[in-house]
Design a protein around this ligand. Structure first.
Ligand SMILES: NC(=O)c1ccc[n+]([C@@H]2O[C@H](COP(=O)([O-])OP(=O)(O)OC[C@H]3O[C@@H](n4cnc5c(N)ncnc54)[C@H](O)[C@@H]3O)[C@@H](O)[C@H]2O)c1
Length: 354
C-alpha cells in the first residue's frame, strides 16, 4: 500500500486551526480510499518557536524536512516578530532551499463562492497563476548602508537569471499546451528596463517552441485593471515573484476571498519535497476565535494530492468544496455562515462520503 509521509508546519495565528481541518480531510480520504495511507509529523516552528530559540526553525530544519513526501504549511507571522524575520526565517528558506521555483496559485471562482464583481459567472474566473518562486524581487540581495547617518540608504536587488526565467516560463508554456489554454505573461518592461525586458525577451524566445500556444503580454498595471474589469481573458498566467504575490491576493479577492485561495510551491523535478499552503497569512485579528475559513487549506490538500498522483481525489475535494459553498449549510462567517472552523473538515468528508 502506498504511504504518504507529510511534514506539517502549522505555524502561527490561524495556521493551526485551518491546518487541523486539512489533516482531517486527508486522513478521511485515506480511510475511504483504502489504497493509500497518510501520516503527519508536526513541527512547532514559527514565531513562538522564534521567541524561545531566536530562530524560526532549527538550523538543520531543511535536513529534517527533506525525507518527507510533502510539506503542509499553515501560515507564519505574528505581532511581536518583525514580518521580514518570520517570512525570511522559514517560508522563504524552504522555498529557496528546496528549489520550489514554481508557485501555482489557482484563481477560480467556484459555484456558490462570493464575488465582488458585477455580472460575473463562475466560468468567467478560472485561471492558474504560475508565479516565479525562487528569485526575482524576493532573492534576498541588497544592503542597508550607513544606518543612523544622513547617508543612510537601502538597496534591494531583483535577481532575474536566464536559468530562473527560462524554467518558470517553460513550465507555464507546458501547462498551457497541456490544458490547451492561452498564456499571458505579466511584467513591467516599460519601467524595469533590465529585469523585465529580459523576462519579456525570454518569454518571446521560448514561445517560438510553442507555436500552438496563444500568448499575450501585459504590463502589471494594465493586468491589475483587467483582473477586475475582464478576468475572463486570463487562463494561464506567468509572472515574477513580487507581481505574482500581489496579483494573487487580488485574484483571491475576486474569487471568494482569502479563505478560498490555495497555493502549491513545487519542485517539479521532485528532488526535494514540495510545499502546500493557503496563500493567506496568520490573520492575527481572528486567531483563536474559530472563525477562520479553512477551505483554502483544504484546497491545498487537493493540490498536494494532485502532485502525489491522486488526481481523482484532488478533483473530488474541489467539487466537495463547491457543494459546500452551494448548499450554504456549513460555512464560516467570512462566507456569511456561522459554522466554526473545526466543523468544516467533517462537513467536507460528509459530502465526499455521499
Ligand atoms: N504564507 C504566509 O505564511 C503569509 C502570507 C501573508 C502574510 N503572512 C503574515 O501573516 C500576518 C498577517 O498578515 P496580513 O494581515 O497582511 O494578511 P492575512 O492574510 O493574515 O489577513 C488579511 C485579512 O484577511 C483575513 N483572512 C485571512 N485568512 C483568512 C481565513 N482563512 N478566513 C477568514 N479570514 C481570513 C484576515 O482576518 C485579515 O482581515 C503577518 O505577520 C504576515 O507577514 C504570512
Amino acid at each position: 500500500m502506498k504511504h504518504f509521509n507529510i511534514a506539517v508546519i502549522a505555524g502561527d495565528g490561524i495556521g493551526p486551526e485551518v491546518i487541523a481541518e486539512g489533516k482531517k480531510v486527508f486522513s478521511g480520504i485515506a480511510e475511504m480510499d483504502g489504497g493509500f495511507s497518510v501520516s503527519f509529523e508536526d513541527f512547532p516552528w514559527g514565531c513562538e518557536y522564534y521567541l524561545k530559540t531566536g530562530e524560526m526553525m532549527p538550523t538543520d530544519g531543511l535536513d529534517i524536512l527533506k525525507p518527507f513526501d510533502a510539506i503542509y504549511l499553515g501560515a507564519v507571522g505574528y505581532p511581536g516578530v518583525p514580518d521580514h524575520v518570520s517570512l525570511g526565517g522559514l517560508l522563504l528558506q524552504i522555498r529557496r532551499g528546496f528549489d520550489e521555483y514554481i508557485n501555482l496559485r489557482p484563481v477560480r471562482l467556484l459555484k456558490g463562492a462570493p464575488c465582488p464583481l458585477a455580472n460575473v459567472l463562475p466560468d468567467d474566473i478560472n485561471m492558474i497563476v504560475v508565479r516565479e518562486n525562487s528569485e526575482g524581487e524576493y532573492a534576498n540581495v541588497g544592503a542597508h548602508l550607513y544606518p543612523g547617518t544622513e547617508r543612510e540608504m537601502a538597496l534591494q536587488t531583483g535577481v532575474f537569471s536566464r536559468h530562473g526565467c527560462e524554467r518558470v516560463i517553460r513550465y507555464a508554456y507546458e501547462l498551457a499546451r497541456l490544458e490547451k489554454r492561452s498564456l499571458t505573461s505579466i511584467s513591467k518592461g516599460n519601467a524595469l528596463r533590465y529585469s523585465m525586458v529580459f523576462w519579456d525577451e525570454i518569454f518571446a524566445e521560448i514561445g517560438r517552441e510553442y507555436p500552438d500556444v496563444e500568448t499575450h503580454s501585459l504590463l502589471v498595471d494594465a493586468a491589475s485593471m483587467f483582473f477586475v474589469k475582464d478576468p475572463g481573458r486570463f487562463e494561464i498566467v506567468v509572472t515574477s515573484n513580487l507581481f505574482g504575490d500581489i496579483l494573487t491576493d487580488l485574484g483571491a479577492a475576486i474569487a471568494g476571498g482569502m479563505g478560498l485561495a490555495a497555493g502549491a510551491n513545487l519542485n517539479p523535478e521532485r528532488k526535494y519535497p514540495s510545499m502546500f499552503e493557503p496563500i493567506h497569512g496568520s490573520a492575527p485579528d481572528i486567531a483563536g476565535q474559530e472563525t477562520a475559513n479553512p477551505l483554502a487549506s483544504i484546497w491545498s490538500i487537493s493540490q498536494m494530492l494532485e502532485f502525489l498522483h491522486e488526481q481523482e481525489w484532488a478533483e473530488r475535494i474541489l467539487s466537495a468544496i463547491e457543494t459546500l459553498l452551494v448548499e450554504r449549510r456549513t460555512l464560516t462567517p467570512d462566507l456569511g455562515g456561522s459554522a466554526k472552523t473545526s466543523e468544516i473538515g467533517a462537513a467536507i468528508l460528509e459530502i465526499l462520503e455521499r
